[in-house]
Design a protein around this ligand. Structure first.
Ligand code: FES
Ligand code: FES
Length: 895
């Protein structure tokens, strides 16, 4: 059927089946990939376009209904320059990963056409159908409100980039729709992979006669995988690319079909001859430990992945002398990353090498893992990261990479794989569910004396990042406080749940829920203000941590609490309400070790000056939306002494950049940023030596001519003859291994934060509305305050989801309709306060902030619920029925 319509003001004719969805026609038929697909089911709004001036979901709109009508997409917003709205998004830092940005822009565009000066409520209403997982919405709403008069763009001159609110250097493609995510630049001749997945959490299976399928497609099974095991740790390659006769979780990959896209996608699971023998699955942390429980992994007795702890002083003896003791057990659920971009990518064989273009947080690890699976040398694999539409830890594990690699290698053709939303949610890793038993004691003055915490994690079917979580949590489980007698323990058990992996915080957010509730209870028992109690116990410079590490510098928790104090006192003085609606205020604190726990995690960066004067930062750090592309340039530019605007950036490509490690553990600013600083300084030293100039000389670059001004003397370097020059920097944070008692230096630096939440609880309905958050974060130095605020606001949104709404249940919440994440309407007003307690090891004093933004949020909200209701909820998310039940259980009535 031919469909004629107007697209961004131009008449177009499209030819295809009338039921084809508009977003598919735009992306696949008309080549406009600015409009994104996050769910293909009307839940996320990533596909939002305007139909006759009104926002619609392109994934729901059949082309038959488009005939004769007008469609506007993100590609139509800019003419010869970006629109004011797009400029405003850039200036406000409203696009982080950028995958939701086209949909947001179109929803806002509709509003601004009708209402040029909208109220905040009108903006929130207009954006209500578009989900953003990165930003916390605050800067998006600000950008729309200011669209009539966009902020003046900040330009940084030489030496003034660090600390400036520069717009992100990769922002223009994100707001124009030109950014290429994993599904956006698949070659037209690519074959597609369709993965068949297990409907059972635990089962044996046999493949039947595949000859009919083999007549139509290339069929890949476990037998086709050269080395059928992968995993994060070099000694734990326990996850098969394709299951071999046994599945351990619902959603596990069993078999793959490769062929023409429409044909493979049309195959139904029922057509695949698989004989299943389901077995009783193990769920939770008790069943795997029960006597006689079957083993999830045959070589892991008791289903134990790993355990270990921290022991300092004599906690048991110290408890006996405490004036007050608080005790409680807390439980958390599987939590889904819900990045708006599902896993996607494509691969091709180039001679005896593989080239993989995919959305990832860790190109070098992907390279080595794919090489291992394929039994190739690492230098035979090139990873070219696409833009990453959100990761949050979920794109640290392999997803599409091994299957597209295998198929492309076998077939010699490009091969693509794009997960559907349910596939993404069923197959990918989750936040570890935890049960945390905590006991804390203090003296009569409110000084902490002892703590005993056991954190038990459900690590799901495969190890993934389980060891990292089990190692990190005991170090953090006493919270950011000076406690002389400590006993903490972390343990992770296999189950038939989805593999639990890395998710913003590596278990620390779960532990923080427990230790912060204990702080509140002890403060209440002694009649001490909750903020003051934390202030008395805050780790400070000169204190020794439970791991025996003396903090030498940059421990700004007390300063964070001081910054919160006036907000806290004001909130406490406000009326608490009566009847069904009760108000409360709560506080949460955290600390977070930056980088890997007691492990080397180096980063190398290079800055090059070519003979033609091209100045390039070669950065292996992947920007997953947090802004590392911009941060690295700001740091390198100031170290070298030339403006950011003169740099080009080569990022992530394993053939062109050095290994900068993973984008995880809040490490890129601290570790890779330091490497970028050292690289800039190295190049600067070379230049000064060439010019025989002193340290204070200033540089300017004009084409291939580099001028070095040293006082009144100006020397000129002709790069055509003196170049190319290359500066290199490597940084590996100084840590030491932990002994059997968890003593050592697990991290070179720690971030600290305190957040305050004000909530309103409807005690009859059990609903909680978070009204306001104030977040004070010690970041060492804010290299780019706009980006830092964005990380904190986005972390707060995910922390709110953790506290109040998010619970992944296999088979029941495998879409964004049943699995709820915060919308713009769920978000409170947020005030961010940046504390800069300089970290001497970091670049310009900076630490990390990616994960810290989330950690204190749930504890603050839970504390506020307790303040409002008098009820301490011990299981998150605090869904309305759970809160009602807790209120009735504790008070006998909601009245
Ligand atoms: S892709 Fe259309 S609403 Fe999600
Ligand atoms: S910026 Fe909105 S989802 Fe990433």
């Amino acid at each position: 059927m031919k469909v004629a319509f107007t697209l961004n003001g131009q008449a177009v004719a499209w030819d295809g089946p009338p039921a084809t969805r508009l977003v598919a026609a735009l992306r696949d038929g008309l080549g406009l990939t600015g409009t994104k697909v996050g769910c293909d089911a009307g839940d996320c709004g990533a596909c939002t376009v305007l139909l006759d001036g009104k926002q619609v979901c392109g994934c729901l709109m059949p082309m038959a209904q488009v005939a004769g009508r007008s469609i506007e997409t993100v590609e139509g917003l800019a003419n010869d320059r970006l629109s004011d709205l797009q400029e405003s998004f850039l200036a406000h830092g409203a696009a982080q990963c950028g995958i939701c940005t086209p949909g947001m822009l179109m929803a806002a565009h509709e509003l601004l056409q009708k209402t040029p000066s909208p109220s905040r409520a009108e903006v929130e209403e207009a954006l209500g159908g578009v989900l953003c997982r990165c930003t916390g919405y605050s800067k998006i709403v600000d950008a729309v409100l200011a669209a009539k008069q966009p902020l003046t763009k900040v330009e940084a001159t030489s030496g003034a980039a660090v600390g400036a609110r520069l717009a992100r250097v990769d922002g223009e493609p994100k707001v124009s729709g030109r950014e290429a995510f994993g599904a956006d630049r698949v070659p037209a001749d690519a074959l597609w992979v369709r993965v068949v997945r297990s409907p059972h959490a635990r089962a044996r299976f046999e493949l039947g006669d595949l000859s009919a399928l083999r007549g139509r497609f290339t069929v890949l099974t476990a037998a086709d995988v050269p080395f059928n095991g992968y995993g994060i740790y070099p000694d734990i390659k326990d996850q098969p690319v394709l299951a071999d006769g046994q599945v351990r979780y619902r959603g596990e990959a069993v078999l793959a079909l490769v062929g023409d896209r429409d044909a493979v996608m049309a195959v139904r699971d029922a057509e695949i001859p698989i004989r299943w023998t389901p077995e009783r699955p193990l769920f939770g942390v008790d069943a795997p430990r029960a006597a006689g429980a079957p083993l999830v992994q045959a070589d892991k007795p008791g289903n134990l992945l790993l355990d270990g702890g921290v022991r300092r002083g004599d906690a048991e003896a110290a408890f006996r002398a405490c004036a007050a003791v608080a005790e409680g057990t807390f439980e958390t659920a599987f939590v889904e990353h819900a990045y708006i971009e599902p896993e996607a990518g494509w691969a091709r064989r180039v001679g005896d090498r593989l080239e993989i273009h995919a959305s990832t947080q860790t190109p070098y690890m992907d390279r080595d893992e794919v090489a291992s699976v394929m039994r190739l040398r690492p230098d035979q694999v090139r990873i070219v990261p696409t833009a990453c539409g959100g990761g949050f830890g979920g794109k640290l594990d392999l997803s599409v990479q091994p299957l597209i690699a295998l198929a492309a290698w076998k077939l010699g053709k490009p091969v693509a794989l794009v997960y559907s939303r349910p596939e993404s949610m069923a197959a990918s890793t989750k936040r570890h569910p935890a049960r945390i038993a905590a006991r804390f004691g203090c003296d009569a003055q409110g000084k902490l004396v002892a703590c005993d915490v056991t954190a038990t994690f459900d690590t799901g079917a495969y190890a993934s990042w389980g060891p990292t979580v089990a190692n990190r949590v005991p170090v953090h489980a006493m919270g950011p406080y000076a406690v002389p007698n400590v006993l903490t323990w972390g343990e992770a058990f296999f189950s038939n749940g989805p593999p639990a992996g890395a998710f913003r915080g590596f278990g620390v957010p779960q532990a923080a829920i427990a230790h912060e509730a204990m702080m509140d209870e002890l403060a209440d028992k002694l009649g001490i203000d909750r903020l003051e109690f934390r202030h008395r116990n805050a780790l400070r410079v000169g204190d020794t941590t439970a791991s025996g590490q003396k903090l030498m510098h940059s421990a700004g928790l007390a300063a964070c609490l001081e910054a919160l104090r006036p907000h806290w006192q004001k909130a406490l003085a406000e009326p608490r309400g009566g009847g069904a609606k009760r108000r409360g205020v709560g506080i949460g604190c955290m600390w977070y070790g930056i980088g890997n726990t007691s492990m080397s995690n180096p980063s190398t960066m290079r800055v090059g000056l070519a003979r033609d004067g091209a100045l390039t930062l070669y950065s292996g750090a992947v920007d997953i939306g947090q802004g590392s592309n911009t941060i690295m340039l700001q740091i390198a530019a100031d170290a070298l002494g030339l403006p950011v605007a003169q740099f080009t950036l080569v990022a992530g490509d394993t053939d062109l950049t050095a290994d900068a490690g993973k984008t995880s553990a809040s490490r890129q600013t601290f570790v890779s940023g330091k490497a970028a600083e050292l690289a800039g300084l190295d190049l600067r030293r070379q230049i000064l030596r060439l010019a025989n100039a002193g340290e204070g000389a200033s540089l300017s670059l004009d084409g291939a001519t580099l001028r070095v001004s040293d006082g009144a003397t100006v020397r000129t370097i002709d790069l055509a003859s003196s170049g190319p020059l290359m500066g290199e920097g490597t940084f590996d944070p100084p840590t030491t291994p932990l002994d059997q008692n968890g003593q050592g230096v697990p991290y070179a630096s720690y971030a600290f934060a305190a957040q305050m939440a004000e909530v309103e609880v409807d005690i009859e309905l059990g609903t909680v509305k978070v009204l306001r958050m104030v977040a004070a974060h010690d970041v060492g130095k804010a290299i780019n305050p706009t980006l830092v605020e964005g990380q904190i606001e986005g972390g707060i949104a995910q922390g709110l989801g953790l506290a109040l709404m998010e619970e992944y249940i296999p088979g029941r919440t495998e879409n964004l309709h049943d699995y709820l994440i915060p919308t713009v309407g769920d978000m409170p007003a947020i005030e961010v306060i940046l504390i800069e307690d300089r970290e001497p090891l970091g670049p310009s004093g900076a630490k990390g902030v990616g994960e810290p933004g989330l950690v204190p949020t749930a504890p603050a909200i839970l504390g506020a619920i307790h303040h409002a209701t008098g009820v301490r909820v011990r299981r998150v998310p605090v869904l309305p029925h759970r809160l009602r039940e807790a209120i009735v259980a504790e008070k006998g009535t909601t009245r």
